[in-house]
Ligand binder design. Structure first.
Ligand code: SAM
Ligand code: FES
Length: 343
């Protein structure tokens, strides 16, 4: 761990060894170092992102995901442009300066429709960042969205190992295509976020080491990781969820490997443990993503079982987050919260 802090990388064998052999003492040592590194670039600030889950229609059929096209029991919804702008307005008043538009790969939102929504948000909120998370698109489409005013893009690589990728996705999806998208996004100039689930079915310690090394090569500005949590209406209904301990350990390793990264302490982490998001921050994370979606649709964007905050108002989530962060000595700030290299 000392060497990782200095060199900011280890070999696949060394990462695998750490992942297989860490204990509480090693974790605590790692988290202490991770907090020091995080403080160097981001003090005790915690950036908030207003998450707008604007559609749960999806053409894909990822085996782990509750809104996969094969889940005929999911109740589908889409938000109109006005509804999305309404979420932004609520969010702006609550101090959000980043809006994250996330959804399934939904053909209803054509490139023109999406670009129009992005332009409207950009015009109305020139001081805010617009983050997209709408899956795999062509270079031209990503460029169109960027020119319309989007700044950042979240696209988890899910797993860097092609065989493991094939265990989690139907044959028409490939890890290589997903990685290509990430390189396209970087080339265009987005702040790019990638990431993976911890404890997804069939995942090995070696796979996690590959994930770390892929991220080292990609050099994303953000990395989203969270535990895999099963959803009762998916092929993985009976699979075990990822653990709190391993997710936190991976967050700590990521902070040492990519010191300037924006690392969210995710809702999934808060779902498997009541203090999961606080513990994520204490392991090196520096971002939280409270929900800005209208209350009426929140329980329909169910990626996994028992997702938290599906009944709360945006304002409640915002205040709750502030209290939680304060309780551990950190402060939610009103800021776009760019990666230090993009300021
Ligand atoms: N469609 C976009 C995409 O493919 O990037 C964004 C939406 S997708 C639902 C966002 C992320 O949710 C995925 O990258 C995946 O890692 C995560 N996710 C999906 N199902 C999950 C589950 N059962 N447990 C934990 N995370 C899950
Ligand atoms: Fe498309 Fe999950 S399968 S968002």
């Amino acid at each position: 761990i000392d060497r990782l802090a200095v060199c900011q990388v280890l070999s696949a064998e060394e990462f695998t060894y750490l992942i297989l052999n860490y204990d509480q003492e090693v974790s605590d040592y790692l988290f202490e170092k991770a907090r020091q590194v995080r403080t160097r670039y981001y003090n005790h600030d915690v950036y908030i992102r207003g998450l707008i889950e604007f559609t749960n229609y999806c053409r894909n059929d990822c085996y782990y995901c509750g809104i996969r096209s094969g889940n005929k029991k999911a109740i589908r919804y889409r938000l109109s442009k006005d509804e999305i702008l309404g979420c932004c307005e609520t969010g702006y008043l609550l101090g959000f300066r980043t809006f994250v538009l996330q959804g399934g790969e939904d053909g209803y939102y054509t490139d023109e429709r999406m670009a129009d929504i992005i332009r409207s948000i950009r015009d109305k909120y020139p001081d805010c960042a617009i983050t997209l998370s709408v899956g795999e698109k062509s270079y031209e489409t990503y460029k169109l969205f960027f020119d319309a005013g989007a700044d950042r893009y979240l696209l988890r690589h899910e797993t860097a190992n092609e065989e493991h990728y094939a265990r989690l996705h139907p044959a028409k999806l490939s890890g290589a295509a997903r990685k290509n998208c990430l390189y396209d996004l970087k080339k265009i100039g987005y702040q790019v976020g990638s990431g993976f689930m911890v404890g997804s079915p069939c995942q090995t310690a070696g796979n996690l080491a590959e994930d770390l090394l892929f991220l080292k090569e990609l050099q994303p500005q953000m990395v989203g990781i969270g535990p895999f949590i099963s959803h009762h209406d998916t092929p993985f209904a009976k699979e075990k969820s990822g653990t709190l301990e391993l997710t936190l350990f991976m967050l700590g390793l990521l902070r040492l490997m990519l010191p300037k990264a924006l690392l969210p302490s995710t809702t999934a982490l808060g779902t498997i443990h009541p203090k999961g998001r606080e513990l994520g921050i204490l392991a090196g994370a520096n971002v939280v993503m409270p929900n800005l979606s209208p209350q009426g649709v929140r329980d329909k964007y169910l990626l996994y079982d028992n997702k938290i905050c599906t009944g709360d108002e945006a304002a409640e989530c915002r205040q709750c987050m502030e209290r939680r962060m304060r309780s551990i000595g950190y402060e939610v700030v009103v800021s776009r919260g760019d990666n230090v290299d993009f300021r």
